[in-house]
Design a protein around this ligand. Structure first.
Ligand code: C5P
Length: 297
């Protein structure tokens, strides 16, 4: 017997970052939107915890205890006083590059899959607690849709979304360290104000207005990501030159996100980005997408 869970990637349509807190994290107003690129995590009984991965980027995925899927299984098993005797197989379609929460998706997926496989019946609130322990973005991978994340991004309020949005994601070669991007933010922004999510952005989501959303996209980490990786400016320019309505760094990068008018525009912007040589690959997606879901056989 095995259980498979499908989990979406995300883009941050507004990432407002406040000053560093005493615990080293930053208070955020982080508006997450789940997008239609998915990993599938399959949990199967096994003598001991083991992680495997397939997909075009599989060789970039760590298979040891640093993988959030493995840590999710360990935390859930510890909470219920059982052994994490499970094989977790990740079918990876979310690009392996920072900014799309692919690792967080696998953590949320493994958690839901193990809970179903082991029949541990963990409450939604406890699952969200374990997600927050795994990482600031993991609770959102569980719930999907659109949400405002406050605190360090883990305290979620669901947001209504009134229509579909079309995206292109440019996947960069190599990564950017999230702590390094936050440290660069601190250096560049010594007096960061308290983070807020602007009403115009929330209205654009609620009404499904692509043009209004394009005008409201913003990421406070973008100057820091560009400072550490100046070539991302070329990727952003290539996408807007090709007709994207707006471009921004997704999360702490280096993935860049392009909001486009429709599916046809997504295809042409993705083709132009690939041809530009400013990224490793480009993917198209729509939002919102549902959160982690068990796939029935
Ligand atoms: O929670 P997560 O493991 O994703 O955080 C990775 C790193 O990103 C943290 O160690 C911290 O340096 C930075 N971070 C932060 N403030 C947040 C979220 C993450 O400074 N709200």
């Amino acid at each position: 017997m095995s259980v498979t869970v499908r989990v979406p990637a995300k883009v941050n349509v507004r990432l407002a970052v406040g000053p560093a807190r005493p615990d080293g994290f930053h208070d955020l107003a982080n508006v997450f939107l789940a997008v239609s690129l998915y990993d599938e995590v399959t949990a199967t009984p096994a003598p001991s915890l083991r992680v495997t991965c397939e997909g075009p980027d599989a060789d970039r995925v760590p298979l040891d205890r640093t993988n959030l899927a493995a840590r999710a299984a360990e935390l859930l098993a510890a909470r219920h006083g059982i052994e994490p005797a499970v094989h977790l197989h990740i079918a990876k379609d979310i690009p392996v590059a920072g900014g799309m929460a692919g690792g967080s998706a696998d953590g949320a997926g493994a958690l839901l899959a193990c809970d179903a496989l082991w029949g541990t019946g963990t409450s939604r609130a406890d699952l969200l607690d374990i997600c927050a322990e795994l990482g600031s973005d993991v609770p959102f991978s569980l719930v999907g849709g659109a949400a405002l994340g406050t605190g360090r991004g883990e305290r979620l309020t669901a947001l209504p979304v009134g229509g579909d949005f079309h995206w292109v994601f440019a996947v960069a070669d190599g990564g950017l360290s999230t702590p390094a991007v936050y440290a660069e933010f601190d250096r560049l922004t010594p007096d960061a104000p308290a983070p807020t999510a602007p009403p115009a952005l929330l209205d654009a989501l609620r009404t499904g207005d692509t043009t209004a959303l394009a005008g409201a996209l913003a990421n406070d980490l973008q100057p820091a990501a560009l400072s550490l990786r100046p070539s991302l400016a070329d990727t952003l320019a290539a996408g807007t030159d090709a007709g994207a309505l707006a471009a921004l760094v997704s999360g702490s990068g280096p993935t860049t996100a392009f909001l486009v008018k429709d599916a046809e525009s997504a295809r042409s912007v993705a083709a132009a980005l690939t041809a530009s040589g400013t990224c490793r690959t480009a993917r198209t997606a729509t939002s919102p997408a549902p959160g982690a879901r068990i796939l029935t056989p």
